[in-house]
Ligand binder design. Structure first.
Ligand code: NIG
Ligand code: FE
Length: 402
């Protein structure tokens, strides 16, 4: 039998995914899992030094779960700096999209790029997240919009998981925008997504979930519902971009279809929130897109609290609305732009983000039996992670015990 390896940190300040624990703790991991978490007042140092291979005194420094980014579009080619400039001159995101820019301009560059090129570009972006303590990340397709190109993007995402110490959940976002080949036949494109893309992605084991862009510049609620049915039929989880630019009641429809999360949700109303509460759907806030688009309509945070809908915070890293390769920055933006408390923001990138990915039984919280995905920070207070941009420094990142 292989020898197990135990590591113990003593005098650790712990944010456990839900709150900062009042007492200093001793945390022990064994191989890839968390073994136990015990208040310092209940243990003697001697007992640990004999039972652990490594014993580290943190002297009050903070340990959090490894951070989780539950919404990114990391695999694409090209950039949209020109659209950023056009928006600064007064054009809106929707106008640019209807004039053939927006998502479609990234689709063109992405279709033309080889798998190797896409992998290299996505690796650079992923490095940013790994460096700041992210141990689980979701990656969507959505810039291919034909069967081969969408599968190509998903293969790149799976390859990234093979090559890096990080857990990657992949999401098929075939219904991100209407490709030009289907200009006057959106329902035919939805059929292609439901009858070919989803079954192939599922059969090849390339997707964990399916996502849609439910919006005036995207797809209707009825079209999205067809996609939810196809996803469910193939055993894939459901996620949705809803209520970003207008209210179509897309969040309610997604919640009723059993969606893990609905994301953006600036225009979400109380009826949608009730449906989310009833079906256990997470509200994913994307402050980076709100900031870049200079939106003024804020997500209904007070109502989400009132109905106890868990809130996740994600980067939405993408070339159009959120060219931001930082989840740490989102902690600050969720507080400054959406008035989340620092504690809520941290829940949003740990326990609630895990729930938004269907990973709540595996990661996102510090308790016995969970994966040892941890970050050790050069601070003694968890609020500093949301308060400061750039500090505190990540001292150590541990993924599955390593
Ligand atoms: O999450 N809203 C739709 N999709 C992305 C933007 C994609 C793009 O503009 O390239 C988002 O904001
Ligand atoms: Fe997105």
């Amino acid at each position: 039998m292989e020898k197990t390896v135990k590591t113990t940190w003593i005098n650790a300040r712990i944010f456990d995914g839900d709150r900062e624990l009042p007492e200093l703790m001793a945390l022990t991991i064994q191989d890839s899992l968390i073994l136990n978490l015990i208040p310092m007042s209940q243990i003697s140092k001697a007992s640990f030094s004999t039972s652990s291979d490594t014993l580290i005194d943190l002297q009050g420094l903070l340990i959090t779960p490894g951070l989780i980014d539950s919404h990114t579009h990391l695999v694409f080619a090209g950039n949209r700096a020109n659209e950023f400039a056009a928006r600064l001159e007064g054009k809106t995101y929707a106008e640019i999209a209807t004039q053939g820019g927006g998502i479609m301009s990234t689709v063109k560059a992405t279709r033309e790029a080889s798998e190797e090129r896409l992998l290299a570009l996505a690796q650079q972006r992923l490095n940013c997240f790994i460096a700041e303590g992210v141990t689980s990340i979701e990656i969507k397709s959505g810039y291919g919009l034909d069967v081969d190109s969408e599968l190509k993007l998903l293969r790149v995402a799976r390859k990234l998981a093979e090559n890096n110490p990080i857990r990657i959940q992949t999401t098929l976002l075939g219904a991100h925008a209407l490709p030009p080949e289907f200009k006057n036949a959106p329902d035919d494109y939805i059929d292609l997504v439901c009858e070919t893309m989803i079954p192939q992605a599922a059969d090849l084991g390339l997707a964990d979930a399916v996502d849609v862009f439910c919006e005036g510049v995207g797809f209707t609620v009825a079209q999205c519902q067809k996609i939810y049915q196809a996803a469910a039929k193939h055993g894939l989880a459901i996620k949705a971009h809803t209520e970003q630019l207008s209210n179509l009641s897309g969040s309610q429809a997604a919640a009723e279809a059993g969606a893990l999360s609905v994301d953006h949700i600036e225009y979400l109303d109380e009826q949608g929130i009730k449906a989310m509460a009833q079906h256990g759907t997470v509200a994913t806030l994307l402050p980076g897109a709100f900031y870049i688009l200079k939106e003024t309509q804020k997500p209904p945070v007070a109502l989400l609290r009132q109905y106890q809908v868990p809130m996740a915070i994600a980067s939405d890293a993408n070339p159009g609305t959120s060219p931001i390769m930082s989840l740490r920055l989102m902690l600050n933006m969720a507080c400054t732009l959406f008035e989340l408390t620092p504690n809520e923001a941290l829940q949003g990138v740990t326990s609630n983000a895990a729930q938004a990915l269907g990973l709540a039984q595996i990661t996102g919280t510090i308790k016995p039996g969970m994966q040892a995905d941890l970050c050790i920070w050069d601070t003694t207070t968890s609020a500093e992670l949301s308060y400061s941009i750039g500090l505190p420094t990540l001292k150590q990142r541990i993924f599955a015990g390593k």
